[in-house]
Design a protein around this ligand. Structure first.
Ligand code: PLP
Length: 388
């Protein structure tokens, strides 16, 4: 069968492929430690689940306006604005089933065939997929380890030009856990204004930051609101991956376009899910803080452990729940090593190159897993590597 050019390039996410192989091994009786999955290991917080259940019980099972319930859009405008020190109106907020539609649809609304889009590499695979579906030209900018995995600004300066329609940022980053420092954001914002292009800032992990740090948003910088799309969501912060709830914040006219794309694709986000989201935002936030404190403990354990494995060196990331160790010292490539570790040690993790070519020479491990499993996985990797 032949497919349209706009979809022929699509590939599954690496995490799903590794998970499928890990599941096969488990079905054959192997014990597998899972570091491949990018989702919190916590159940959805009880108050949030109860709000969703109560909403179903009381008939909140209807269509809603495509861009979301007005009450949720208002609450999100207030909360997101306060966190970023900016004023946001509810008609600039678009609620969607997960954050992903708010990556995809603004891209479809803004990028014409042939337009260039700058994006981080290694980066979340959806960026390249959506740029190509829109007919745009993906322009990867390497994230440098020696720069805490922020953009290489010299390369960025060499790539941005009059054909650049949009710059995609992701801070804290999947897959590196890196946070883009304010000085880099200022540099990127100045260039975006000079070239007159859009910035899409994926801030799904903005609440998952460590050591008292905050991840600054480019949307807070002067002159940026009118050209910035903030993408955020509930999946990671409130452990709600399967509820499918996210949102975008963008200028009103773009929000209206995205509303139309939602109207003609998904219709709306599930009604009761939006009630769960209302409770997540307006209810107590202590569970988020506890979860982040626990991730920080796990991060410290996994980084220390990885640095003791021969051939591995690992930076201490400041956000998200991923580590991205450099494995050059093992003499093996990313895919070869990830396969070896899965088959030999029963530890599922991802090759860095499943996030783009500049991820070669790295692995990605998600530490959204218990401390016991982290110790067990590290020990198994160490034992397997010693046999090489
Ligand atoms: N952006 C990044 C960087 C992610 O890692 C993810 C999920 O893994 C998403 C966006 C999409 O999340 P969701 O659609 O569940 O809100």
């Amino acid at each position: 069968m032949t497919f349209t050019q706009r979809t022929a390039h699509l590939k599954p996410e690496g995490a799903y492929q590794v998970l499928a192989r890990a599941n096969q091994l488990e079905a054959a009786g192997r014990d597998i430690v899972h570091f491949e999955i990018g989702q919190p290991d916590y159940p959805t917080f009880e108050n949030v689940s109860q709000a969703g259940i109560e909403a179903i019980r009381t008939g909140k099972t209807r269509y809603t306006p495509p861009a979301g319930m007005p009450s949720l859009r208002e609450v999100l405008a207030e909360d997101s604005g306060k966190r970023r020190g900016i004023e946001i109106h509810s008609d600039e907020v678009v609620v969607s089933p997960g954050g992903k539609p708010n990556l995809f649809f603004p891209t479809l609304a803004l990028v014409e065939p042939g337009d260039e889009v700058i994006y981080p590499n290694p980066g979340f695979p959806t960026y390249e997929a959506m740029i190509k579906v829109a007919g745009g030209v993906p322009v990867p900018v390497p994230l440098l380890e020696q720069n805490q995995f922020s953009f290489d600004l010299d390369i960025f300066d060499g790539l941005i030009n009059k054909r650049t329609k949009m710059i995609i940022l992701n801070s804290p980053s999947n897959p590196t856990g890196g946070v883009i420092p304010a000085t880099d954001l200022e540099h990127i914002a100045a260039k975006a204004q000079e070239i007159d292009c859009w910035v899409m800032t994926d801030e799904l992990y903005t609440r998952i930051v460590y050591d008292g740090l905050e991840a600054p948003s480019i949307a807070s910088l002067p002159g940026m609101r009118g050209r910035t799309i903030i993408v955020d969501g509930f999946s990671k912060t409130y452990s709600m991956t399967g509820w499918r709830l996210g949102y975008g914040i963008m200028p009103k006219s773009l929000a209206e376009r995205v509303d139309l794309l939602l109207t003609h694709s998904v219709g709306s986000t599930a009604h009761f899910t939006q009630f769960a989201g209302l409770e997540a935002i307006t209810g107590p936030q202590g569970r988020v803080d506890e979860m982040v404190a626990e991730y920080q403990r796990r991060r410290n354990v996994i980084v220390d452990g990885l640095n003791q494995i021969p051939g591995f060196t690992c930076q201490k990331p400041q956000g998200a729940f991923y580590v991205f160790p450099n494995i050059a010292g093992t003499g093996m490539g990313s895919t070869e090593l990830a396969n070896f570790i899965l088959e030999k040690a029963g530890v599922a993790l991802l090759p860095g190159n499943s996030f783009g070519e500049y991820g070669e020479g790295y692995l990605r491990l998600s530490y959204a897993n218990s401390i016991e499993n982290i110790y067990k996985g590290l020990e198994r990797i160490r034992a397997a590597i010693q046999e090489i």
